[in-house]
Design a protein around this ligand. Structure first.
Ligand code: SAM
Ligand code: CA
Length: 220
């Protein structure tokens, strides 16, 4: 027994997956198809996907944002948890990565719920704010370029309704955020955002040590 979070070795991690995952066959197939990709480590973990599905369902979310799609695992995962009229506004720069995911979205029957917008995510979010969509989204997943995380967070706060949830990925950054000697731009951006969120009175907060660390921030 322990009053601190367990460190999962590979045996315990596999046990957790074996005893909890309820993936749709297309989620498993997309993970398998991405496994050989040189950037496969960018894909969210399935246990994290499962947590996000539960949160989205608990909230009764309908309109969601995804910033950073890659091959589409997290977009697929969230879309599967949404009601039939639910939507994921999925933002990414890359046609190449996102094209890999589309057939899996289609086979899972959720392609119609995912609006993929290619281009810099900040411009997409600003355009949506400009169209008067502020306050209308229920859930956002931030998982793109780390130096822009704070910008994405601020835009998401505007786009979400009160009570909406922002999930921010990679906040523990393989432990680098806690090592002061690590000063590269990605680590510095995550460290600065973590410190800002700790005392941000606009949100309720939990930093969850799942995957590479997932911060959950509920807009007050
Ligand atoms: N959420 C994805 C998943 O579960 O598989 C992983 C996303 S991956 C960590 C980050 C993605 O952010 C990449 O696909 C990359 O093309 C995209 N990206 C990087 N900079 C971006 C930007 N400025 N605007 C939009 N997308 C960006
Ligand atoms: Ca990530």
């Amino acid at each position: 027994m322990s009053n601190r979070t367990l460190i999962l070795d590979s045996i315990l991690h596999q046990y957790l997956l074996d005893q909890s995952l309820r993936e749709h066959p297309q989620q498993a197939a997309l993970r398998e198809a991405t496994r050989a990709h040189p950037l496969a480590r960018m894909q969210s973990s399935p246990e994290q996907g499962e947590l996000m599905q539960l949160l989205v369902k608990l909230m009764g979310a309908r309109l969601t944002l995804e910033i950073g799609v890659f091959t589409g695992y997290s977009a697929l995962t969230v879309a599967l948890a949404l009601p039939p009229d639910g939507r994921v506004l999925a933002c990414d720069l890359s046609t190449e990565y996102t094209a890999l995911g589309l057939p899996f979205w289609e086979r899972a029957g959720v392609a119609g719920k995912i609006e993929l917008v290619l281009g810099p995510a900040l411009a997409t979010l600003d355009a949506r704010l400009g169209r008067g969509e502020g306050g209308s989204y229920d859930f956002a997943f931030i998982d793109a370029d780390k130096p822009n995380y704070d910008n994405y967070y601020e835009r998401c706060l505007q786009l979400l309704r009160p009570g909406g949830l922002i999930a921010i990925d990679n906040v523990l950054w393989s432990g680098r955020v806690a090592r002061p000697a690590e000063l590269d731009p990605d680590t510095a951006a995550l460290r600065t955002l973590n410190a800002k969120l700790h005392h941000d009175e606009r949100v309720d907060l939990a930093m969850v040590p799942i995957g590479d660390g997932l911060t959950l921030a509920r807009k007050r």
